[in-house]
Design a protein around this ligand. Structure first.
Ligand SMILES: Cc1cc2nc3c(=O)[nH]c(=O)nc-3n(C[C@H](O)[C@H](O)[C@H](O)COP(=O)(O)OP(=O)(O)OC[C@H]3O[C@@H](n4cnc5c(N)ncnc54)[C@H](O)[C@@H]3O)c2cc1C
Length: 427
């Protein structure tokens, strides 16, 4: 997108075409204006349109331009935070509600993919959180215990079983989460957008919201080409926010994350490397992730931005690390490389904001947005429809607060990743 092959990489090459949309030109009236065309905004549009609500979604660039078109494609249940810590931060009512909602969120993704026939390479064989050393193993065992206590379909796999499934002996074991899986992230959001349009939603791309104002008891959202007058505004622009809700971005610290995709692996290697196509990531602080796409390309990623010195440091590391994990991949070519911006909140938990009366939004997904964005989109739709009151939502209302030492912390993540990858101590 925007002629930048490092923005959406492999996903842009292999996703089915986006539905035809155009920039807003003129003044429209709707029940709900949605700002942002990622999982949250499009899911909200779909769920509202299905109930007969008149929805206009404004997307600054293209559907999936933000995190939705750039991510790894791991459909996770829950957040990074250990389940037992969440009620400690949010209180037991919100904590248990959030855990329940996010733990089951991958099921909603599967349901929507099936219901709307979305062609997005969905794989349902679970994810493997791979343990590095004894401390990693202790961590995943505790995480497994806590999720199992809540009835989740999770279990610990031995080092041998992990090696059989991944094709590498690098790990001391893994946590298999059968709720989870992988998909082609841009294909998924484009498919959701097609379903939303089919249900009656209007989507305008190339239409950044630049300002907003109150007109009587309605809101006017303006773009450079026109305006939308609506009762409600759903703010779904998350960490890629520009314009009126840029504060949502400033509340989070930037964690850059890159991916490289190999050329399709030969058939015999596909029998040993991820034959079950689980999505994987490890327990290191500067984590790595890997997964297969439908054509058998291995998508391998870690923390860092592919620009300036980062480009050569991270690329050299990726080649070394892949060779160490999978010696048979020595010398394999990369077919695509890209990176994106993950936003991290101070407590690694999402937020619900009421910016003004009937101007609401969820944000702060901390690198876990496929299933959460989908389910938060549905949840906010239910709130607007009056099915869920503010008190019934999975998060309390919080005010938007600028992250402290934001620039410094973001620079620290990138510098830390470059040091880890340059030193190569881990591989
Ligand atoms: C590299 C990377 C890897 C990741 N890996 C995973 C993963 O494996 N699994 C997972 O679950 N999550 C992952 N994530 C996180 C996930 O991608 C995000 O949490 C998710 O995309 C958030 O969805 P969203 O719809 O809320 O926001 P986004 O997808 O970011 O969409 C927001 C949209 O709002 C638009 N916008 C911004 N400002 C305006 C405006 N003024 N007017 C109109 N539109 C506007 C943007 O253009 C953008 O398209 C990853 C993220 C990145 C960057």
């Amino acid at each position: 997108m925007l002629n930048d092959p490092r923005s959406h990489g492999l996903w842009e090459k292999t996703a089915p075409a986006a539905p035809r949309t155009s920039p807003l030109a003129g003044d429209l009236t709707a029940d709900v204006a949605i700002v942002g065309g990622g999982y949250t905004g499009v899911s909200a549009a779909l769920h509202l349109a299905e109930k007969g609500v008149k929805v206009v979604l404004l997307e600054a660039t293209e559907i999936g331009f933000g995190g939705a078109g750039r991510n790894v494609g791991l459909i996770n249940g829950g957040m990074w935070v250990m389940p037992s810590e969440i009620p400690g931060v949010l209180g037991s009512v919100y904590g248990e509600r959030l855990l329940d909602l996010l733990g089951n969120a991958p099921l909603l993704v599967r349901e929507l993919v099936e219901k709307h026939g979305i062609d997005c390479e969905i794989e349902k064989n679970g994810t493997l959180h791979c343990a590095v050393g004894k401390s990693g193993l202790d961590e995943i065992k505790e995480r497994c215990r806590q999720w199992a206590e809540r009835g989740a379909d999770v279990r610990i796999l031995s080092a041998d079983e992990t090696a059989k499934r991944t094709g590498t002996t690098a790990y001391a074991g893994s946590l298999l989460d059968m709720r989870a899986g992988t998909l082609q992230p841009l294909a998924y959001v484009r498919g959701l957008a097609k379903a939303a349009i089919a249900a009656g939603a209007t989507i305008h791309t190339g239409s950044a919201a630049v300002s907003t104002e109150r007109a009587g008891d309605r809101w006017i959202v303006r773009t450079t080409g026109g305006s939308v007058s609506a009762d409600w505004i759903i703010v779904a622009s998350e960490f890629y926010s520009t314009g009126p809700w840029e504060a949502v971005r400033n509340e989070q610290v930037l964690l850059p994350y890159f991916n490289f995709a190999t050329v399709p692996l030969p058939k015999e290697l596909l029998k040993t490397i991820l034959p079950g196509r689980e999505g994987c990531w490890d327990t290191r602080e500067v984590l790595s992730s890997f997964r297969m796409d439908r054509a058998g390309r291995l998508v391998f990623g870690s923390v860092g931005a592919l620009r300036n010195t980062g480009l050569s440091v991270h690329k050299a590391w990726a080649k070394r690390a892949l060779r160490k994990l999978f010696p048979a991949l020595a010398g394999i070519e990369f077919e695509a490389e890209w990176y994106g911006r993950i936003g991290m909140t101070s407590d690694a938990l999402p937020r619900f904001h009421v910016f003004a009366p009937k101007v609401v939004g969820f944000s702060g997904y901390n690198g876990r947005g496929i299933a959460p964005g989908t389910v938060f989109g549905k949840t906010i739709a239910r709130h607007v429809l009056g099915e869920l009151s503010e008190a019934d939502l999975p998060l309390p209302v919080t005010t938007v607060e600028k992250a402290s030492l934001r620039t410094l912390k973001g620079a620290y993540y990138e510098a830390g990743a470059q040091i880890a990858h340059f030193a190569g101590a881990r591989f």
